[in-house]
Design a protein around this ligand. Structure first.
Ligand code: ADP
Ligand code: ZN
Length: 522
């Protein structure tokens, strides 16, 4: 029997929807039982409802922490259009407005209060919350975009760390953390940083079936291919580039080729940006060429094509940015152009970072992007694996599944590689293992006496790149592990031992035609 039989009625009454989306009902039931919650759903999955509906049912005020003032205003407006009493407090309001909103809250009329995280720090706010708690009660804290507490997320905001003091001050108020970002690491960080108590964790699938994913090498003909993609696919397109300069250059080129295109980046004035954005949303212009400044909070459902003309900074961002295609669930295409020149550019900018921890994280994230781009298995398997979701492959909707490349048996090489990892006591990274296999005469090898190992020099017949390709493939296939502490130490698992005992074969894509070029595309 349903525990809350009238939830559907409440949904219909307040929001006009007939049924819950997958996961919503269960989450709302947990919220009504005052449990702490971690809710992970892709953008557009319907997270907001998970705290909004309980807020209307429960006693007291629900406080929503949200990082973007523009989004906050949109949400509050949306709720008000549904006759739901919601309000927000942020730095855009004058003291007079703040006071009148505070009074409305204390009168008990307001159900949802949206605040920016920096507001939590302000001297007046916490005493005000104390008063709210005493007079009308606090139903829950909902922390939107909760990944902002984590340095491992793609959008770390130091002010989010203040949330912990909120928890300390009101230990009995249930907290809901919501995010569309969901690596294991970020999840663990959210739970720890926000001090969630035995949270009920809900993770929706991140698979976006309607998106076709492909990776192309960025050769000299990349621009021609880009043009063809735009001409062959109807509908709106977003093209992401790394720098403002590249955005402007590409826009200019496209306009010359009679494509209706505009730029979007932080170098434009506020007016230009908002006018270009509006024209894109209204279909006045077909193609938006943009830096990553574009997209946050933009909900254009019918984007048919998202092209990354430069390498994204990490897989998380790639998922979010490419995910702006096909929000309406119609077939759409996500193309990534990949070159080693881009890697060099990003490596250079990583080396400019002064904080060693930040550097380490950025390097590891870059590694994962490269692994994705070079990957030969189903793109979804790699992408969803990154979010901790197991995907069996054969999606039928990515380049690797539709055009599988010929395979070769590399079992012997895999055995050599894995034994070398074992002989080095699972304490070294990929490059060191390859050095040992290829019999390199490096100090580090002499120092650890790895030149005395039986695997020293047994892999001279293969190049560093070939070994690297094998190692990555072993990682992708789950036949080898890598620590995620930034040192990327290789570790064996039960499957690795099966390979070494010849109980399992290993095949690889033939490396004849190197997919990637070393040349920077124009
Ligand atoms: P998220 O915060 O996860 O990105 P939103 O909460 O903004 O997603 O929801 C995305 C869209 O789905 C919104 O337009 C919302 O009104 C709609 N929506 C949410 N739940 C339902 C539902 N049960 N039935 C129909 N539409 C829903
Ligand atoms: Zn696939």
């Amino acid at each position: 029997m349903l525990q809350y039989p009238h939830l559907e009625q409440a949904l219909k009454y307040h929001f006009g929807y007939d049924k819950f989306r997958p996961g919503q009902r269960q989450i709302i039931e947990d919220a009504l039982q005052n449990r702490d919650l971690l809710i992970v759903m892709p953008t557009g999955g319907g997270k907001s409802l998970c705290f909004q509906l309980p807020a209307l049912i429960k006693q007291g005020l629900t406080v929503v922490v949200s990082p973007l003032i523009a989004l906050m205003q949109d949400q509050v407006e949306g709720l008000r259009n549904n006759n739901i009493n919601a309000t927000f407090l942020n730095s855009s309001l004058n003291p007079y407005k703040v006071r009148s909103r505070e009074e409305a809250i204390l009168s008990g009329k307001v159900r949802l209060l949206y605040v920016a995280p920096e507001r939590l720090l302000s001297e007046r706010f916490l005493p005000f919350l104390d008063l709210v708690k005493e007079k009308i009660g606090i139903a829950a804290f909902a922390i939107d975009e909760a990944h902002c507490v984590s340095e491992w997320g793609h959008d770390f905001r130091p002010e989010y760390r203040q949330m912990k003091s909120l928890r300390k001050r009101y230990p009995d108020v249930p907290t809901l953390a919501l995010t569309a970002t969901a690596t294991d690491r970020v999840r663990a960080d959210i739970i720890q940083q926000l001090g969630l108590k035995q949270p009920s964790i809900h993770i929706a699938s991140f698979n976006r079936q309607n998106l076709y994913y492909e990776v192309r090498s960025k050769t000299k003909s990349a621009y021609a291919e880009l043009l063809e993609l735009i001409r062959e696919n109807e509908g709106s397109a977003i093209i992401y580039c790394l720098t403002r300069k590249k955005v402007d250059e590409l826009t200019f080129k496209l306009q010359n080729d009679k494509i209706s295109a505009l730029s979007y980046h932080a170098g434009l004035t506020d007016e230009e940006r908002s006018s270009n954005q509006t024209r894109f949303i209204r279909d006045d212009v077909r193609v938006m060429v943009a830096t990553i400044a574009f997209g946050m909070g933009i909900n254009k459902p019918d984007v048919r094509l998202v092209i990354h003309f430069d390498l994204p900074r990490n897989l998380e961002s790639y998922y979010q940015e490419s995910g702006r295609a096909g929000r309406d669930s119609e077939p759409s295409r996500c193309t990534l152009f990949f070159s080693f020149g881009d890697i060099k550019t990003i490596e250079w900018s990583i080396n400019q970072k002064t904080d060693p921890q930040e550097q380490l994280i950025a390097k590891q994230q870059l590694r994962q992007v490269i692994d994705y781009a070079e990957g030969t298995v189903c793109r979804r398997t790699i992408q969803l694996g990154y979010f901790g979701e197991r995907f069996p492959g054969n999606c039928g909707n990515c380049d690797n599944c539709r055009h599988p490349k010929p395979m070769q048996d590399w079992t012997i090489e895999a055995m050599k590689f894995l034994s070398c990892v074992a002989r080095c006591k699972e304490r070294f990274g990929m490059l060191h293992i390859i050095d040992v296999l290829r019999g390199a005469k490096k100090d580090k090898i002499i120092q650890y006496e790895h030149d005395k190992l039986s695997t020293y020099g047994i892999g001279k017949d293969k190049s560093v790149d070939e070994w690297r390709m094998l190692a990555r493939s072993l990682l992708h296939q789950g036949l080898l592990e890598q620590t995620s502490d930034g040192y990327s130490v290789l570790k064996l698992n039960p499957l690795s031992w099966e390979v070494m005992r010849r109980q399992r074969t290993v095949s690889l894509v033939v490396p004849v035609a190197q997919k990637v070029t070393w040349e920077e595309g124009s």
